[in-house]
Design a protein around this ligand. Sequence first.
Ligand SMILES: Cc1cc2nc3c(=O)[nH]c(=O)nc-3n(C[C@H](O)[C@H](O)[C@H](O)COP(=O)(O)O)c2cc1C
Length: 207
Amino acid sequence: MEFKKIVQQRRSVKSYDPEKAISDAELKELFDEVVLSPSSFNLQHWTFIAVKEPEMKKKFREAAWGQPQVEECSVSILVCGRLDGYKDAPKIYDEVPTEVQKKVLPMIHDFYEGKEQLQRDEAIRSASLAAMSLMYGAADRGWATGPMIGFDPEAVSTLLKLTPNMIPVMIIVLGHQKDAPRPRAYRHPVGDVVRWNASDGPGLNGA
Ligand SMILES: Cc1cc2nc3c(=O)[nH]c(=O)nc-3n(C[C@H](O)[C@H](O)[C@H](O)COP(=O)(O)O)c2cc1C
């Protein structure tokens, strides 16, 4: 589908047809695209936990403020950020020339080591970019998605057995839409949100 159409058609969908599933093979194809998302130093600070079994989705829904879409969609995905993604650098840079490794690996280590806020920011940044790829990739296939932050992070972390180096960033529900979502809500005008040169600069108001 033309990218402009994907962007225009993507909506946060709450109503799913529980009878229509997305197969594992289809999901794999989507994730083959998702993992091409950008991340700083290519560290790929993301992990996805996909839940499709009915009993598990039911529990997942309970941990997500009871929101029905978590249970009714085809697959509920917890997008997680990895706080220690920088520790993968030796593996990621394994095939680059030794001179590059010698330069980049200490740089990455020093950039992240001991910096908890940065590790968290980066985990959320990278996971969020991947989440957006997931939503657009799904839209390209005619599937519906919904990003969600309405969940209890501790309950979700326990249920899905997150390890201490993982943080839950958002849930994305994925499936086939049942009822059409409400009309698209208010968007700030581009002229208000895009500024030239500084936050108090003139707004972008092209003809
Ligand atoms: C990080 C994030 C968290 C969200 N959490 C929820 C949620 O818990 N439940 C829900 O129904 N919608 C949730 N939404 C959907 C937003 O309400 C929706 O994106 C927004 O109203 C714009 O609508 P649109 O995506 O259809 O354009 C969330 C969206 C984002 C990006």
